[in-house]
Design a protein around this ligand. Structure first.
Ligand code: F0G
Length: 463
């Protein structure tokens, strides 16, 4: 009779070669730091943070191979070897023939929005992302959410909450006409929904519908390897496929992509546009010289492009991506085991606390998720971020807060940086904050910047 293995199924698939000390602080230190930072975790100094789970963006640990790659940076202004290595890697791993490097994801979003969008256009997408939507708006477009309804419900256990609702796309086409829809913006995974994946079945159907109407799909493939892991794990017919094959297949249904290399691609800085259409490529590579740098470096040092090329290959290795996603799931399940409300299922890059259910007594215009992120920091020095009413911003027509259905705190896990013991400390911190939830009040916003207010807004705690 087969005996069930007593061995846990995975551990971090690396050994630690270099360490960076982290520093604990006292509650008094943290209270002072919060007051100085206007109760916005983006405004804390890194030295005041014990475990930094603000973002998975640019916070990865690079491998020894990537560091070795940094030493062979070809810092020529034009035609750097590292650009050609990056281009070839993108061609092979993702299948897009044309590459325009940018300093990070939003550089690519800026350019692709300007190239594709005409004033008055409508851009459908599977939930907004902050910088993506802003660049679409700055180019004269209006974002329209076409994600399935389940994505807005933290308790729905739908396995692919990032899926697009094809009826919503059809309605948009009927209302505005396909010629007012320059492209469909498809995020994999969907950050603001909780790191939720999109299924390949949905991407194929969407591709069919969009092709009928001549609407290209452009992919935000910032976390495509994490999405591929979920497809392999959950979607019928993919259990025996490699992550690389699934990633390639996802991209094959799209006309182009933008990428923040700071996530999946395991680098501290970098991004690019990857394209098939020659005309779009020509316009983008002309525009990149205005805003980013020459079309063979796009704001990056040669060494950064080399590190990204190597990181792209590492990102589609099964051992890496499975340990990465399962570490996030481990944390999410541990937090939820004490009854703390989180977005289910746990996503690929972060655990999202449902601040609406955590602090039901705080009105959304008193920013419960913002306050909760600050309270978690106060508890133990763990830094997280708000993803709710502050991030969502105001309706430009009415001036009212959007009050999105999802009022979340994101506990984001950098790749290859923290161990399981760190995850345990984080879960214990959340439990302690949960135990005193009834005492936690809201915040008043005392400073509001014009763009992407969540980065720099300041608050005062309601006592
Ligand atoms: N698209 C998605 C889905 C993202 O998550 C991000 C960044 C971007 C585009 C923009 O890329 O930062 O390189 O300019 N997300 C970070 C985060 C900031 O914390 O989620 P970028």
């Amino acid at each position: 009779m087969a005996r069930e293995s007593r061995r846990r199924s995975w551990a971090e698939p690396f050994k630690i070669k270099v360490v960076e000390p982290v520093r604990m602080t006292t509650r008094e230190d943290r209270r002072r730091a919060l007051d100085e930072a206007g109760w916005n975790t983006f405004l804390l100094r890194s030295r005041e943070v014990y475990i930094d789970l603000l973002t998975d963006s640019g916070t990865s640990a690079m491998s020894d191979r990537q560091w070795a790659g940094m030493m062979i940076g070809d810092e020529a202004y034009a035609g750097s070897e590292n650009f050609y290595h990056l281009e070839q890697t993108i061609q092979e791993v993702y299948g897009y023939p044309l590459v325009v490097p940018t300093h990070q994801g939003r550089g690519a979003e800026h350019i692709i929005s300007k190239v594709l969008i005409q004033p008055g256009d409508v851009v459908p997408g599977n939930m907004y992302f902050t910088t993506t939507r802003l660049h679409q708006e700055l180019a004269g477009g209006t974002f329209a959410d076409v994600i399935i309804d389940e994505a807005h419900d933290p308790s729905s256990e739908h396995p692919f909450k990032g899926d697009v609702d094809l009826n919503k796309v059809e309605q948009l086409i009927a209302k505005h006409g396909a010629d007012r829809i320059p492209y469909l913006s498809l995020g994999v995974t969907v950050n603001m929904a909780g790191g939720q994946p999109v299924s390949l079945a949905n991407i194929k159907e969407l591709h069919g519908l969009c092709s009928e109407h001549g609407i290209p799909i452009y992919l935000d493939k910032t976390r495509v390897a994490e999405n591929a892991y979920f497809i392999r794990d959950r979607e019928e017919g993919y259990a025996d496929k490699s992550i690389a094959d699934i990633v390639h297949e996802i991209c094959s249904y799209t006309e182009g992509a933008w990428m923040s290399g700071k996530k999946d691609a395991l680098v501290n800085i970098g991004g690019y546009l990857a394209l098939r259409d020659q005309k779009v490529f020509e316009e983008a590579s002309n525009m990149v010289v205005v805003y980013e740098g020459l079309h063979t470096y796009g704001g990056l040092a040669g060494r950064d492009m080399e590190a990204m090329a190597i990181g792209i290959r590492e990102s589609v290795e099964y051992d890496h991506i499975s340990a990465r996603v399962r570490q996030v799931i481990y944390l999410g399940e541990k937090i939820a085991s004490e009854g703390v409300p989180i977005v289910k299922p746990v996503g690929g890059h972060a655990v999202f606390l449902d601040a609406r259910a955590f602090l039901p007594h705080v009105d959304q215009d008193d920013y419960p998720a913002q306050r909760l992120a600050a309270e978690i920091y106060l508890e133990s020095g763990v830094r997280t971020m708000e993803r709710g009413n502050v991030s969502s911003g105001r309706n430009p027509q009415t001036g009212e807060n959007f009050r999105p259905k999802l009022e979340l705190v994101r506990i984001t896990i950098p790749r290859r940086v923290y161990t399981q013991s760190h995850m345990d400390v984080v879960a214990e911190t959340i439990w302690e904050t949960w135990d005193r939830r009834s005492e936690i009040k809201g915040l008043d916003m005392v400073f509001e910047p014009t763009y992407l207010r969540f980065f720099q807004a300041r608050f005062r705690p309601q006592e």
